[in-house]
Ligand binder design. Sequence first.
Ligand code: FAD
Length: 410
Amino acid sequence: MGNGPSDRLVVIGGGQAAFALIAKLRALKDDRPITLISDEKSLPYQRPPLSKKYLLREMTLDRLQYRPEAWYADHAIDLRLGTRATAIDRAARSVLLSDGTRLGYQTLALATGAAPRHLADSVGGRLDGVFTLRDFEDADRLAEAMRPGRRALIIGGGYIGLEAAAVARTLGLEVTLIEMADRIVQRVAAAATSDILRSLHVSRGVDLREGTGLTHLTDQSGHVTGAHLSDGTTIPADLVIVGIGVTANDRLAHEAGIETANGIIVDLHGRSSDPSVFAMGDCAVLPFADMLIRLESVQNAVDQAEAVAATIAGMPTPYHPKPWFWSDQYDVKLQIAGFGLGHDETVTRAGQREGSASVWYFRQGRLVAVDAINDAKAYVVGKKLIETGTTPDKSAIEDPATDLKALLAS
Ligand code: FAD
C-alpha cells in the first residue's frame, strides 16, 4: 500500500459502482492515490429514485448523493467531475481525458455503467417530447414535462417503464404503455409476476397494451403529437418515455483492445482481459451459475465493486453474486431475491395482506428466485433459502397456512 503517484488508481465513472469501490478502499485503509473521472456534473448519486420519488419531486438531488463534497477531500479522492475519459492507452498505462490531460495509472477501474437504448431517428426518436431516463438531468427534464392532464406514451414494459407509468398516473397524466413482447417484464420475470403487475397498472387506469409495438411517432414542428402503433391504432401523446433497455458502456475498453461482448468481460475478481484493468457494475459481464451475464442492479454494483476493492487492496476476493432487486410502483413494493433466468417452474403464494403475493422460481427442482409483492416476509425467507441452497416443498410454499419462517428450519 504505497503512496507514490505510480500507485495511482484511476476510476472511470461516477455512479454506484465507482463510489462503492473508492469508499471500500478507504474503509480498508488503502491510501493509494485515487482519481475519479465522471462525465456527470453531480457528485456521485444513486439512480433508483430517479424513476420513483425523485421523479415525483419528493426528493432532491442532494439527498441522492452518497456523500457531500467534503468527504472526497477528506478521503484524498481527486474528483474530476464533468470530465470524460476518451481513450485508454494500455501500453503507456494512461487515460486521455476530454480536457486534453493525460493521467497515468497503475490500476484502472472501469465503472462506466450503461446507456439507455434510443428509438431510431426514422421512427421519431429525436423529436421534442421524447425522453429516456438514466441521469438526474433526464429526470429533471421529464418531471418538467409531466403535467397533470397530459398524455404520456410509455414504450417498454420493463421496470423503468412501469415505474414511470406509476409516477405519471400518480401525477394525474393519462398513460398508455406499450410492450412489444407478449407480456410486460417478460425478460426478467415469470408470467405470474407479469399478471400481478398488469392488474395493478390496469386498476390504476393505465391503458396497457402487450404484444404491441411502435410503428412511428407523429409530430408537429418537431414536437411529438402521437403514435401509430402496430395494432393499427393511432393515439395522441404529448410526451413519450422510452424504456427499452440499456447497452453497456464498453466502447472505451473495446477500443483499447480489452475483451467485450455487450459489456466488459471480467473474471470472478472483476479483472478484465488486461490484468491491470478491472470492470464492475452495469458495464461488466461476469461469470454466474455457468453463464456469462450482466446484472443491472444496485446489489451487483456495490457487491462487485467491494470485492474488487478488496482484491486491489491485496486481499483477492472472488465475487459470487447474491442478487436482489426492488421496484416501487404506486403503493406496491416488489422485492426480488435470486436470479430467475432459466427457471422451469413457478409456484405462486397468496400473502397475508390484501394485494400481497409471492412468486417462487425453480430450476431443475432448485429454488432460484422469489418475487415478493408487498410481502417482506416472503422476500426475507426466500432470500435466505436461496443463499443457503435450501429448497422447501412446493406444496408447503403454496399453502397459505404454512408459516414461512418455519421453512428456514426445514
Ligand atoms: P452508473 O450508476 O450508471 O454509473 C456510471 C457512471 O459512469 C455514470 O455517471 C456515467 O455518466 C459515467 N461514465 C460513463 N462513461 C464515462 C466516461 N467515458 N468518462 C467519464 N464518466 C463516464 N437498481 C436496483 O437495484 N433497484 C432499482 O429500483 C433501480 N432503479 C433504477 C431506476 C433508474 C431510473 C435507473 C437508471 C436505474 C435503476 N437501477 C435500479 C439500476 C442501478 O441504478 C444501476 O444498476 C446502477 O446505477 C449501476 O451502477 P454503475 O456504477 O455500474 O453505473
